[in-house]
Design a protein around this ligand. Sequence first.
Ligand SMILES: Cc1cc2nc3c(=O)[nH]c(=O)nc-3n(C[C@H](O)[C@H](O)[C@H](O)COP(=O)(O)OP(=O)(O)OC[C@H]3O[C@@H](n4cnc5c(N)ncnc54)[C@H](O)[C@@H]3O)c2cc1C
Length: 534
Amino acid sequence: MSSQHVTDFIIVGAGSAGCVLANRLTADRTTEVLLLEAGGWDLSPFLHVPAGEERVIAAERFKWSYRTQPDPTRLGREEQWPAGRVIGGSSSINGMIYLRGSRHDFDRWEQLGNSGWGYDRVLPYFIRSETNSRGKSAVHGDAGPLRVSDVRSPHLLTETFIDAAAGLGLPSIHDIGAEPRLGVGALQATQRSGWRHSAARAYLWPALLRRNLRVQTRAQVCRILLDGKRAVGVEYDCSGRRVRALARREVIICAGALASPKLLMLSGIGPAGKLSAAGVPVRVDLPGVGENLQEHPGILITRAVNVRTYNVEIDPWSMLRHGVNWLLRGKGPGSTPIGHAVAFASTTKNDEPDVQITFTAIGYNPTNNGSLLLRVPAVVLAVNVCRPLARGRVLLRSASATELPIIQYPMFGEPQDLEILRKGALLARGLFESSPFKPYALEELWPGQACSTDEQWDAFLRRAAMRFSHPVGTCKMGTDANSVVDASLRVRDVENLRVADASIMPTLPSANTNATTIMIGEKAADLVLGRTIG
Ligand SMILES: Cc1cc2nc3c(=O)[nH]c(=O)nc-3n(C[C@H](O)[C@H](O)[C@H](O)COP(=O)(O)OP(=O)(O)OC[C@H]3O[C@@H](n4cnc5c(N)ncnc54)[C@H](O)[C@@H]3O)c2cc1C
C-alpha cells in the first residue's frame, strides 16, 4: 500500500455522469474532488472524429470487453457488451445520438416513488446541460456545456425515411427529442462543429485547470473503504501500486451500469448470499445490487440501395476527400454520426411508443462480436423495443477486482418483448416497401431470407437479435426492497455513499441513454450540494 490522498469528494469513473459531477462540484473552488478513471486520457483522434467510431469500438484499449453468459432465450448465444474505458467513458465511444427519455418515462420514475424525478422536474437539468444548435426554447438550452447539433450532412435518404414513416401514419415532428414522442424526425447528435462532444470534452476538459480538481487515470478502484456503515474512501490500483484515498464528505460511484454494482459488491455491499458465494465478506446486505438489469433488445433490417452510401466511401481517395472536407468544414461523411433520423411507433396503437426505429445511412450486419461493414451501398433500420420487460443481473465472478463480472441477460424471457420486436421489424420492412423508398430500395440483405410467418420471425430474432448498448438499472433508485439508492441517490443503509450513473435508472427510458445519464449527473450534483432547480 502506498500514498494516501485526502479530499472532499471522490468520484469513481470519468464517464458521462462522472465528468458532469467533476465539473459541477469543483465550480466552488473551495471544494476538492479526486476523479479516478480506470482508462487513459481521450487523446486519440479517432475518439473525436465521428467517422472513427467503428475503429474505436473495435479497439480493445478504449473499452471494457464485457461478455454475457449464454442466453437460454436466444439459442445459448453469448454477446459482447462494450462500455467505454477511457476519459469520457461510453460517451467517448458511443454513437453520439442525442435523445432524451420521454415524459412518460420520467413520470413513471416518479410514480415508482422517486420524488423529484418526474418529467417537469428533470427537464430543467436537460436544459441546463446543453447548448442546442436550434437555440433556446421552452425545452432547449443555449448556455450549457454539452453541444447538441443537427446532423451536419444527413444522407439524402434521410428525408425518404421520414416521408415513408409519415406515409404510414406517423406524424413528422420537428423536434423528436421533445414531446409528444410518437412520430418521426431528424436526429440530433452530441457534436460540436462536426467533432464528437463527449461528456469529457463538454464538462471535464474545461475544468482541468481548476486547482481543486485532481484527475487520476489508469486508476481502477477495487474497493470502497467503510468505517462501520460509513464510506470513508476507496482503494485503487494504479501502475501496479495499491493506493488509498480518503473522502472527507462523500464517495460517488459513477462507474456505469455494469461496473457500479460490481464495485459495491466487491466492497461487501450487495445480496448477502451471493457475496458469500463469491468469497466477499458481507458489510451491508442489499439484495437489489446487480439485479434489475435492462437493455434495449434490437434487430437490424438491412437493405441494399441504388444510391451511394458510406459503405462505398472507404477507398483511400474518398477517405482523403472526406477527411479534408471534415477538417476544413466539419461536414461530409467524416462528420456524421451513425443515426440520421428516428421514428417512434406504437405496435398497440397507444399514444406511448413501444418501438424505436433508427435510420442509419450505412449498411452493416450484426455478429455476436460487433458489426460487419458491408461493401455495397446499403442502409439499416435499427429497431428496438422501448421498454423491455425482461430483467437480467450482474454478479461477481470472484472476489478479484480484475475479473469482469458475470452478466446474465435472458433477452426474450418475457414473450411480450419478442412480440413487440417482431412487430417493429415488420414495420421497418414495411417502410422499405413503401412508395417513398421504392425507387431506391433493392434487395433485403438482412434478414434476407424467408421471414414471413410469426414463427419464422421469432426463430430469426432468437438467432439474430442484439443488445443496443444501453444497459441500466443495476443500482435501481426506488423505495422497494430491491432498490439500491433513494431519490437522493444515496446508497441505502450506508452513509456518505452515492451512485450516480445509468445504473440508477429504475426503468429504461424510451431513448438512447447518454442524454438521460448526463441529466442524472447534473441532478446528482445539485442533490450533493443541497440545491435544486425547477
Ligand atoms: C458502443 C456504444 C454506443 C452507444 N451509443 C449511444 C448513442 O448513440 N446515444 C446514446 O444516448 N447512448 C449511447 N450509448 C449509451 C451511453 O453512452 C451510456 O448509457 C452512457 O454513456 C453511460 O454513462 P455512465 O456514466 O453510466 O457510464 P460510462 O460513461 O460508461 O462511464 C463509466 C466510467 O467508469 C469507469 N470505470 C468503471 N469501473 C471503474 C473502476 N473500478 N475504477 C475506476 N473507473 C472505473 C469506466 O472506465 C468509464 O470511463 C452507447 C454506449 C455504447 C457502449
